[in-house]
Design a protein around this ligand. Sequence first.
Ligand SMILES: *[C@@H]1O[C@H](CO)[C@@H](O)[C@H](O)[C@H]1NC(C)=O
Ligand SMILES: *[C@@H]1O[C@H](CO)[C@@H](O)[C@H](O)[C@H]1NC(C)=O
Ligand SMILES: *[C@@H]1O[C@H](CO)[C@@H](O)[C@H](O)[C@H]1NC(C)=O
Ligand SMILES: *[C@@H]1O[C@H](CO)[C@@H](O)[C@H](O)[C@H]1NC(C)=O
Length: 939
Amino acid sequence: MADPGGAASFSTQANALLRKNLTYQKRNVWSNVRLIMIPFYLCVLLMVIQVLFDKNFNNSVENQCGCQCIDTQCLNKTCGLEFSSPGQAFFCAIPSPPQWPPLLQVPRPESRAVSTSSLGNRDLPDDSCRRTGSCPVTILFTGNNQSLGTSLTENLLTSSVTGNSSDILSILANNVLGTAVEADITNYLDPGIASDLPIYSIQPRCISNATIPFSFGEKPLEFKKELRCVEGLNLWRNTSVEVNDEIFKGYRRGNSEGKVNEIAAAYDLLNTDRNNFNVHIWYNSTYREDLGDRPVTLVRVARSVNLVSNAYLQFLHGPGTRMLFEYIKEMPKQETRLRLDIASLIGPLFFTWVILLLFPVILSSLVYEKQEHLRIIMKMHGLGDGPYWMISYAYFLTISVLYIISLMVFGSAIGLNFFRLNDYSLQFTFYFLYVNLQISLCFLVSSVFSKVKTSTVVAYIDVFGSGLLGLFLLQFLIRDSSVPRVWIIVMELFPGFSLYGGLYEFSQFAFRGNMRGTDGMKWKDFSDSAMVEIFIIIIVEWFLALIAAYYIDKVSSSGKSLLFFLKNPFKKTPSLRRPSLQRQGSKVFVEMEKPDVTQESEKVEQLIREQSTSHAIVCENLKKVYPGRDGNPPKLAVRGLSLAVPSGECFGMLGPNGAGKSSFINMMTGLLKPTSGTGLVRGLDIRDDMDRVYTSMGVCPQHDLLWETLTGREHLLFYGRLKNLKGSDLKQAVEESLKSVNLFHGGVADKPAGKYSGGMKRRLSVAISLIGNPKVVYMDEPSTGLDPASRKNLWTVIKRAKQHTAIILTTHSMEEAEFLCDRLGIFVDGGLQCIGNPKELKGRYGGSYVFTMTTSSENERNVEKLIQDVSPNAKKLYHIAGTQKFELRKEEVRISEVFQAVEKAKSNFTVFAWGLADTTLEDVFIKVATTGQAFNVFA
Ligand SMILES: *[C@@H]1O[C@H](CO)[C@@H](O)[C@H](O)[C@H]1NC(C)=O
Ligand SMILES: *[C@@H]1O[C@H](CO)[C@@H](O)[C@H](O)[C@H]1NC(C)=O
Ligand SMILES: *[C@@H]1O[C@H](CO)[C@@H](O)[C@H](O)[C@H]1NC(C)=O
Ligand SMILES: *[C@@H]1O[C@H](CO)[C@@H](O)[C@H](O)[C@H]1NC(C)=O
């Protein structure tokens, strides 16, 4: 067998892991393909939604201009307003838009200004008019010259001139018309005319409150309306401050009586005189409450400008002069289609989810390796952190890049503008940077979790939370121009939001590009979009996350607490020292009773003093104290263990469950940091040289840590490479190893480990721990769950391997301990109770025979008497229903005497069964374990 040439280099380790991962991923290729295909399914889903949406909305008859068939088969159609319902009319081409009479916006009857006690404006009507709905429409005036103002107000409203003309518009133009219905953003159809509410004719005085019916427009836009007279009240105020005040107090619930008191319009004539016309107009721009971010329509303001201009003209040139304002007309327009692009609408949310979906996948895969201890077992066999990080990172990056490429390809293929209009290299750079940040974050976050389930739940909450908060909070704030940019940037420091922000920019550019028929975002737009900041945030966070993750990984794998630098150094020491001091005293006492244990620790002290490396494993007063939790006192798991194991020796550790064997093994394998004391493995300290210790160590953990889809051979190849075996040496070592554990024949070596039986897995684990001739091997109950034949087989393997290795082995099988181990230590309640080779131990603790006899219960006394005769100092161990067991001191009895006595007894009474046995290791164990435990309870 080849001897490994020292520790494996970085590239060798990376190569080993890469090859293992490639094989592993090759087996898992379909789950990888499924992952990469997720964007495809999601894009298809988006397309299906778009198609359904097109069918039901975009292309539905309701959402396009109405048509009528010309021929019977309906091959040709004419479309236009005349065939449309009011809803369809919205989409029709309007080559010559209708002309609407200019209307003045007036308050609703119930909110028109009336005099109130608090306002004290006695010139307003009292509120009895509200009951009849006949309140006047108030218009306020102010200016520097009241007499000029008064003459203007007289000209403002004229009595209705019911001209006789076929042209209804010119008749209406002679009236001042008003409506309480708010205007629309376009004026293809004036809601004031189209609604059922009457049109007001505002006159200085109403003679009757009869309404005059008239019809307006032509089919299909013909409206039958009523013209209702309403009084117009022009009131003078001394200053513009007063006007402001009055308007403000009437606004919504502004005045103290909680009454709305609205003014239709107000004019400040300033310094207007005969040569100079200068006017300010107040109008209500908040008239529409549901406006959102749509522009405020000024369509109703035109009439108030015209009114005052007309009044001024008449003031200059007399009542005969008139400036008629006949109609307002929109620009002509093309036929339009409802074209809602679902992808642009929900794009940022949807693609945020798509990309964030990788987060739980990567995180759970990292936490899985931690949870299943696969990472640590690889580490114990010499895989450094560097290669692990590099190869894992490279793998996740590859998967992520394929994923985003698939997203971009499928997204473009199904024609989403989101992908097609923006520059591909820009998009790719953005996604690439983000997935790098995401992977680094996974590494960082994985250190917090130890269970896959919790990590997955938290990750999915993050995915959905980021998307939804992005949509409802971040996007809302971005669109609100009053929110300072700094706030947005601060929010985008959260990775999910920076992704959302970037995608939102893409969707905005794509949306605008689509509307204008140009491209989306290009590199030249990059510098003046919000993308710059997002890129900087992502890049900086990427590096920070990497550094933090590396740091935390280093610290946590060295067993320290993550926040060790925050701990109060004075607090920790006394709480740990106190119990150990107490125990120290008792330990000295215990050791006085146990010369073998004392001798071992003296040997260790000498080895340390001489700095000898003749022993592969040396533990010096190794202690482990678990700090007290929830008010429990600190628990001493290992109390000062000294042990030296030379190469070529197998040391067996026996002990009841919970005695501290696993804590000991965990400290020696670097899983736990010792509280005090240390261990030296071939002269290297386990407290700070663990990485070098690992290169010559093999571990067979209690539970098999294997990859289900890798074969036995692949496992051994991987661990062999980690132990720096190469080429033919590696092949030979693997083959021999497989043969030695009986996994070579019948193609077993090339079956995936998941299909192995429990015994085969166990044998593979042992083979793994022994490959590459490690100098030190720890085996935690290597033969549990094996059938007797496999167990024998395994023993021979271990026995052979022992020749050039120091092995520490824990077991519950005395047979195994006797067969394999050169020396044994019985470990009870955190301390060694005895140490020595099996024969010595039996001699020391088993200086007695065990005598058992079963009789009927009335003869029990006779049996006792019999034993009394043979051995006066015999001790009764137990007696149950006629069966009694005694311990006979070896120096007192001769076996022949016992036989004679029994023969004699048989003639006196009936003996159902009897037996005489020498002590076994098991007896020794039980004896040591029970006395040790009893002793330590009082210690
Ligand atoms: C006010 O206007 C009238 C014309 O209506 C004019 O005769 C008068 O001189 C003006 N008064 C002032 C102070 O300008
Ligand atoms: C309007 O003109 C028509 C004829 O064009 C005439 O019959 C009618 O009496 C006139 N009405 C008024 C109010 O002048
Ligand atoms: C406005 O001015 C006139 C004349 O200067 C005065 O009589 C009147 O009291 C003033 N009105 C108010 C409300 O101050
Ligand atoms: C403007 O119109 C809205 C909506 O009708 C109304 O609530 C508000 O009080 C009006 N503002 C003023 C100053 O009258």
